[in-house]
Write a protein that binds this ligand. Structure first.
Ligand code: HXC
Length: 519
């Protein structure tokens, strides 16, 4: 064979590999409105930046005559490339080859890019579209999954791990995405479940569709498994590119700072009027976030889940931060089990990856009731408390309005190593709200008042006394728990200055094997 023949052979093999499971299956994939594994990588990475590994890998299984059916790349495309010039590693499951199912060789390909990503300290992005374990390979396939899980665990908190689900992801296969930092699902064609509808029907008698059991909307709003929902694969891929723009390459690096055209001393007069006169009236905390962050750009995470708390990424003077804010529009911004879990996970991600946390507080307390108590609001609320207290990144807290009881302590208070804690003049920082306080403090007096109108007058007088004394930021400021009371329209400037000052902050936790987070 001449040298030219050898080069031609290479070119032929590459063409063959790029056809995956063949044109017919590619057409079938397109007919479902799905892109192929390679097309997805092309969309995700900067043009021409993809370097592929292991294109010539094939499976080694001989069961069920599988040795007569081999495809170059064996159902997963792996390698590296760049997003906005920054290195990332990728794997993309190819549904056209055995339904994207995982063989031993396929698992090794994924493990190789995960190992490489860990070695050089770069994010890894996995695109999932697979029928699960390759049935013909039996237990070797299960071992392959476990090899991936172990690497997901070791990479956690070291490099950002992002999963996109653009097809089926079922059985134990769901646990690799579940171990990563963020899961994105496209609204069409994607679903995740440990046990599918058929087995569910057999075991429990429940009749349920793929979509109802594990579709994107279910996981985004009910289970909280999914952090981002996209309308299409293209949108989803753009969201992943955006997400990458806020995170550092690894836990030893700082998040990427970009040029900022938005003046840091921009006054936002609307904020002076955003808090309604009545304490029970809501406002949208996202309006506050939009008003203070660079160019009003807020990249919300977990948007459809536990909407009583808002989390997401933004920038101040080009510096990425994680924003956490109680949302008065939903359940008055109360902390419940789901909100605590959602915010705790986000705070821990930010802390692991050196992303400062800005917290906007307007919280009436924890949600009361047997539903919450029986389901463990104690353990789950403790997660958020733990996450804030453990975090050593810069923490800037602004109390906008209510900050009551245990929830006051939880929301990045001074005593949980909050670095800079400001309050608006509208802040109310106290042990509890006026109504509850009066009922406890004056229980005996109230029981002895007979006439209802006298009772109401007594309550109103005592409430007003309580509000005058406690529903303000100055009691906390007197004790130094609040560093300053600031004018709302100046909030962008005060946060930016605080973050600039804290950029050299050093804090640490005592050496330990790991914490015992209340899971
Ligand atoms: C081998 C598989 C496969 C699998 C699909 N294929 N799943 N081959 N192992 N797990 C093949 C099909 O034979 C078919 O081959 C091609 O992929 C496309 O599959 P279709 O069924 O035609 O596609 P579709 O109708 O879109 O259905 C997709 C599907 C379905 C819902 C994923 O294929 C399916 O239910 N597959 C089995 C899923 C499953 O039970 N997996 C094992 C779960 S246990 P041809 O040659 O016709 O193109 C598991 C444990 C993991 O995953 C544990 C980790 C710890």
């Amino acid at each position: 064979m001449s040298n030219q023949d050898k080069i031609n052979q290479l070119i032929d093999l590459r063409v063959q590999a790029k056809l995956g499971g063949g044109q017919k299956r590619i057409d079938a994939q397109h007919a479902k409105g799905k892109f192929t594994a390679r097309e997805r990588i092309e969309m995700l990475l900067d043009e021409g930046s993809f370097e592929e590994f292991d294109m010539f890998v094939t499976h080694r299984c001989t069961n069920f005559d599988l040795d007569k059916q081999k495809y170059l790349s064996d159902g997963v495309i792996t390698g590296y490339g760049t997003i906005d010039g920054r290195l990332v590693y990728v794997f993309s499951q190819d549904f056209t080859v055995f339904g994207g199912s995982l063989s031993e060789s396929y698992a090794k390909k994924i493990c190789k890019v995960m190992d490489q990503a860990m070695k050089v300290g770069a994010p890894i992005i996995g695109i999932n579209d697979s029928g699960g374990a390759r049935i013909q390979e039996g237990v070797a396939s299960l071992a392959g999954y476990a090899e991936i899980f172990q690497r997901n665990i070791m990479a956690s908190g070291v490099i950002p791990q992002i999963s996109a689900i653009f097809g089926p992801c079922a059985g134990g296969a769901v646990y690799s995405p579940a171990l990563t930092d963020f899961i994105l699902m496209s609204e069409k064609n994607s679903y995740m479940f440990v046990t599918g509808p058929k087995v569910t029907k057999t075991v429990t008698g429940e009749n349920i569709t793929d979509e109802e059991l594990g579709g994107a909307n279910v996981h985004a709003s009910k289970s909280g498994v999914c952090h981002f929902v996209s309308q299409s694969e293209e949108d989803g891929i753009m969201m992943i590119r955006k997400l990458i723009s806020y995170v550092p390459q690894n836990n030893l690096e700082e998040p990427p700072v970009t040029e900022c055209s938005d003046p840091i001393n921009r006054l936002e007069d609307s904020l002076n009027e955003i808090i309604p006169d009545s304490a029970n009236k809501p406002y949208n905390v996202i309006d506050v976030i939009d008003a203070v962050v660079d160019n009003g750009e807020f990249f919300e995470v977990h948007k459809h889940y536990a909407r009583n708390i808002v989390v997401g990424f933004a920038k101040f003077n080009g510096m990425p931060v994680g924003m956490v804010a109680n949302q008065p529009m939903v359940l008055a911004g109360v902390l419940d089990i789901d909100a605590s879990k959602k915010a705790a996970r986000f705070v821990r991600f930010c802390d692991a990856f050196n992303i400062p946390i800005v917290t906007l507080v307007d919280v009436p307390g924890f949600l009361p009731g047997s539903g919450q108590e029986y389901n463990g609001i104690i353990t789950n609320g403790a997660k958020l408390l733990f996450a804030y207290g453990e975090a050593t990144v810069p923490k800037v807290t602004i109390t906008l309005r209510k900050s009551y009881g245990g929830a006051h302590d939880v929301m990045s208070s001074k005593q949980l190593r909050g670095d800079i804690n400001y309050a608006w003049p509208t802040a109310e920082i106290a042990v509890m709200g006026a109504k509850g306080a009066i009922e406890v403090l004056y229980f005996k007096e109230l029981s002895s008042i007979e006439k209802p109108e006298d009772k109401l007058k007594f309550i109103a007088d005592k409430e007003s006394e309580y509000v005058n004394k406690f529903a303000n930021p100055y009691e906390a400021a007197k004790l130094g728990y609040i560093d300053d009371v600031i004018e709302p329209r100046n909030t962008r400037f005060r946060i930016t200055r605080a973050l600039q000052t804290l950029s050299t902050k050093k804090d640490s936790n005592p050496p330990k094997k790991h914490c015992n987070l209340p899971l």
